[in-house]
Design a protein around this ligand. Structure first.
Ligand code: GLY
Length: 374
């Protein structure tokens, strides 16, 4: 096993243990290197609970299990959120994972409720789940964020665990809308696409966190790559696989030599990075490798993760795991800081890569490798 990989996992898990021992609310993004926390987990609470579950699986310590349980429990009332397109982010890494580990029926029921709440936001005229309700005093009911794709695996999971079959219809209709409108000729995706919410007429591509409407916001490319790859895996759709491969080729063509994405691939030569985009994209490449067994996907994942370990992993006693993430540059939030989603996908990807390497080394690889990616 590569040293950088085992070192990276150990460093990440030890930071999660240290943060868990401090207790407190949900880490979100940092300001001047210190976590800004939220009492209810805003849209990111699932990633902190998820990091605790992942670390518990590595260390099997009672303290981590207690923290993971407590933070997951605190999220459960959010399952009924009526305007929240991030319910997949909030409940898949936390409640679904916690249910798989503990068998706690409360987690199963909360995740199923969250899936219903997410699907309940579907606009049947438009064929999409809108990004937000009102946000920044603006009506977002006709705005669809690429990020939402990565929330849809919760619906597929729920449909396979006693949820209504209509959940799958929502997945396919939303994904079809994203395929038709968000993805461009060159394989990249718009961050936002605006529609007339009354009848679903497409208006135009746009952005909120990217450079401009036509740009390729790097985290959005990561959400699209990983989201389409997961949905392809979970539903068997060739169309989603093709979409994921097209985003993958775009990223491959635009990834800088140092292996860490800029905050926006169109921001030519910018020194501002987004390590969270690197972690999410690496996860997408791992999922693509599982679907295709094409070695170039695994090589890209490895290159990106190795770059994060050497350039962004915080090896001091600070609380976050990855430096050089950018949450929202246009609005001046979390520039060259840390994010809990970057930290989560970093550890998730490292563990998935470790499992792949372990299975290869033990010669146990069959036609499909079951990793911790699921
Ligand atoms: N889903 C919001 C973001 O990636 O910042």
């Amino acid at each position: 096993m590569s040293n950088w990989l085992t070192d990276g996992i150990a460093a990440a898990v030890s930071k999660v243990e240290a943060q868990a021992s401090r207790g407190g609310d949900f880490p979100h993004i940092t300001q001047d290197g210190k976590w800004c926390t939220t009492p209810d987990g805003v849209w990111t609470g699932g990633f902190w609970a998820g990091l605790l579950w992942l670390s518990y699986e590595v260390q099997k310590s009672d303290a981590l299990r207690t923290a993971a349980t407590s933070l997951t429990d605190r999220l459960l009332p959010r399952a009924a959120d009526a305007i929240n397109h991030d319910l997949g982010f909030m409940f898949y890494p936390s409640a679904v994972k916690g249910w798989r580990i503990t068998g706690d029926d409360r987690y199963l029921r909360a995740a199923l409720t969250a899936a219903e709440s997410l699907a309940g936001q579907f606009n049947p005229q438009g064929g999409f789940i809108p990004g937000w309700g009102f946000f920044g005093s603006e009506d977002w009911s006709g705005s669809v964020l690429i990020d939402t794709l990565m929330n849809l695996p919760l619906l597929v999971w729920a449909a396979n665990h006693g949820g209504d079959a209509r959940l799958l219809e929502v997945v396919h209709r939303h994904a079809k809308t994203a395929l038709a409108n968000h993805q461009r000729e060159d394989g990249s995706v718009f961050h936002v696409y605006r529609f007339n919410p009354a009848d679903g007429t497409p208006i135009a591509g746009d952005t909120y966190q990217g450079l401009d409407a036509a740009s390729a916001w790097s985290r959005g490319q990561g959400w699209a790559l990983a989201g389409f790859a997961m949905l392809a895996d979970m539903t068997g759709s060739q169309e989603y696989l093709t979409a994921a491969l097209r985003v993958a080729r775009y990223v491959e063509r635009h990834l800088p030599q140092d292996g860490v994405p800029p905050w926006d691939y169109s921001a030519g030569g910018t020194p501002v990075k987004d390590s969270s985009a690197g972690a999410i994209t690496a996860y997408g490449f791992i999922r693509l490798w599982e679907l295709t067994t094409d070695a170039r996907h695994l090589d890209l994942a490895e290159t990106m993760l190795q770059a994060l370990c050497s350039r962004c992993l915080l090896r001091d006693d600070s609380a976050p795991i990855l430096a050089h993430a950018t949450a929202d540059l246009p609005h001046g939030l979390g520039i060259d800081e840390s994010t809990i989603y970057g930290d989560y996908y970093f550890l998730k990807s490292l563990l998935a890569l470790r499992d792949i390497k372990d299975q290869r080394e033990s010669g146990a690889r069959g036609s499909f490798v079951q990793t911790s990616a699921g």
